[in-house]
Design a protein around this ligand. Sequence first.
Ligand SMILES: C[S@@+](CC[C@H](N)C(=O)[O-])C[C@H]1O[C@@H](n2cnc3c(N)ncnc32)[C@H](O)[C@@H]1O
Ligand SMILES: Nc1nc2[nH]cc(C(=O)O)c2c(=O)[nH]1
Ligand code: SF4
Ligand SMILES: [Mg+2]
Length: 207
Amino acid sequence: MKNNIPEDGSMLPLMEEFYTIQGEGFNTGKAAYFIRLGGCDVGCHWCDVKESWDAELHPLTSADKIVENAEKYPGKAVVITGGEPLLYNLDYLTAKLKEKGILTFIETSGAYPISGSWDWVCLSPKKFKSPSPNIAQHADELKIIVFNKSDFEWAEAHARTVGDKCKLYLQPEWSKSQDMLPLIIEYVKENPKWEISLQTHKYLNIP
Ligand SMILES: C[S@@+](CC[C@H](N)C(=O)[O-])C[C@H]1O[C@@H](n2cnc3c(N)ncnc32)[C@H](O)[C@@H]1O
Ligand SMILES: Nc1nc2[nH]cc(C(=O)O)c2c(=O)[nH]1
Ligand code: SF4
Ligand SMILES: [Mg+2]
């Protein structure tokens, strides 16, 4: 029990859940049910969901209830995000989802050790709190947020930590997109192992 949150993952602080289209990265364009867990201590100054940071503001919800909600939708994939979802033990939630034939995708900074059983791991490491040891080996996708020029070198350092099959994405920080996109475009043309990821849901005006 940490802050009244059971460590077996049976109850999780749920900020919001919504059925939408994955807007970012490899799975862009696919229908998915998003489960956003509250709590994050990474502290990215440009984070687009700062309301998620304080776990205590988000009601503890049973993992069974979350699965029951996810099951109602025709899209058979969930994205577990936050906040930082790996603050919690996700073994129980992901096992139940998979029992129901639902694909499990995660969005994580990697700041905490991996738990859960995943069909797709998007690792988006942050300068503000380094990824935990070995998490890079689990990444199917490395998604680096580009806030300034120095982030390209930082991206390459992280690319050296992931496996050969890991997809590599550069995603502009939303408020810096205008300035960073021309640099990202040139970078990808010169270094085609990288691809561009955009937050397409923000252009589409969907959650
Ligand atoms: C809000 S985070 C939650 C999951 C996890 N804490 C993480 O950072 O990966 C979801 C995704 O949004 C990205 N993101 C957050 N704020 C952003 C911003 N202002 N511009 C672009 N991407 C952003 C993160 O890097 C991450 O890939
Ligand atoms: N449509 C949509 N796609 C997303 N991909 C990652 C998101 C996130 O906040 O984790 C996100 C989100 O908030 N909405
Ligand atoms: S790690 Fe993710 S949720 Fe936490 S502050 Fe950074 S972008 Fe926001
Ligand atoms: Mg988002």
